[in-house]
Design a binder for this molecule. Structure first.
Ligand SMILES: CC(C)c1ccc(C(=O)O)c(O)c1O
Ligand SMILES: [Fe+2]
Length: 285
């Protein structure tokens, strides 16, 4: 079993690094933590970075999860290799570019590039964006899955994720107490489906709604409330068509032995209890 602790960052390729930076700062509300040749890093909480845009194709993506020790990382590489997932061990330069002490990269069964990382840097300094979006941190990622049942087994049997709830066959999975850190959505190809940042309060959702509208940013779902995590949410489109989500009030699961994953409809009522309907391809039946 590969023990993962949390989702830690996403890397997104873009052909318009300056445009992506403008969006991340002025619309999403992140803080630039560092600029390097061909890469811009963003903070959304105390961690050194939780998002990195790199110059390249929009298909150059990765989602990173923290692993507990160097021995666990070696064991994970052996397990993945044994299961037929070719593993690349990060070079010193690649580790430096990710602010981690070590990592391995492989593709999940759908072909999503995944990184398991050791000791990602934190700063002890809280984040503050120039735009007050009320962000409290990067919280979860939605991954496209060409076979959610198969991929659920990868995350829960090969790794230590636990299913909190399912919407249709799409599992929302946790590593700790937060309702979900990774969710899988049926789609015909792999890719990061959405990136979630938690915000402090309902006010932040509505303040952002006005800001997005004023800046002609397509709002694709919400405001609404997820019946699964009980979080209030808002989805919108960013650079290269990436979906971003703000949400507030995600529930925590503390009664671990008693929790039973629940089944929700893969239909608007399973996504939103206020009646909002998504304009997002992966959320349509
Ligand atoms: C709309 C997607 C499928 C979705 C559904 C539920 C939650 C949640 O319970 O918080 C999400 O975060 C989602 O992105
Ligand atoms: Fe989400």
């Amino acid at each position: 079993m590969i023990d993962l602790m949390d989702v830690v960052y996403c890397r997104l390729g873009t052909r318009d690094l300056a445009g992506a930076e403008w969006f991340a700062v002025n619309i999403l509300g992140l803080e630039v933590s560092e600029r390097r040749r061909g890469a811009v890093y963003f903070k959304s909480d105390a961690r050194a970075h939780t998002l990195c845009y790199v110059e390249g194709g929009a298909d150059q993506q990765a989602t990173a999860f923290e692993i507990g020790s160097a021995a666990d990382l070696d064991r994970a590489a052996a397990v993945l290799d044994g299961l037929g997932h070719p593993v690349h061990a990060g070079t010193a330069d690649e580790c430096d570019a990710r602010h981690v002490r070590g990592f391995i990269r492989f593709n999940d069964p759908s072909g999503n590039p995944i990184e398991f990382v050791l000791r990602p840097e934190t700063t002890g300094r809280r984040y503050h964006g120039t735009r007050d979006a009320g962000i409290t941190g990067f919280s979860h990622v939605g991954l496209c899955s060409t076979d959610p049942a198969r991929d659920e087994l990868f995350w829960t049997e090969v790794c230590n994720a636990r299913v909190s709830d399912r919407i249709g066959d799409a599992p929302l999975m946790r590593f700790g107490t937060i309702h979900h850190s990774v969710a899988l959505f049926p789609f015909h190809q792999p890719g990061i489906q959405h990136i979630n940042h938690q915000v402090q309060a309902t006010d932040d959702i509505h303040r952002s709604l006005a800001h997005l509208r004023a800046n002609q940013v397509p709002v694709t779902f919400g405001p609404g409330r997820h019946p699964t995590s009980s979080a209030q949410f808002l989805y919108f489109t960013g650079p290269d068509g990436m979906t971003f989500e703000y949400s507030t009030g995600v529930c925590e699961i503390h009664d671990e032995p008693l929790w039973r994953d629940r089944q929700f409809h893969f239909a608007p009522k399973g996504f939103c209890q206020w009646g909002s309907a998504p304009k997002i391809a992966a959320f349509k039946d």
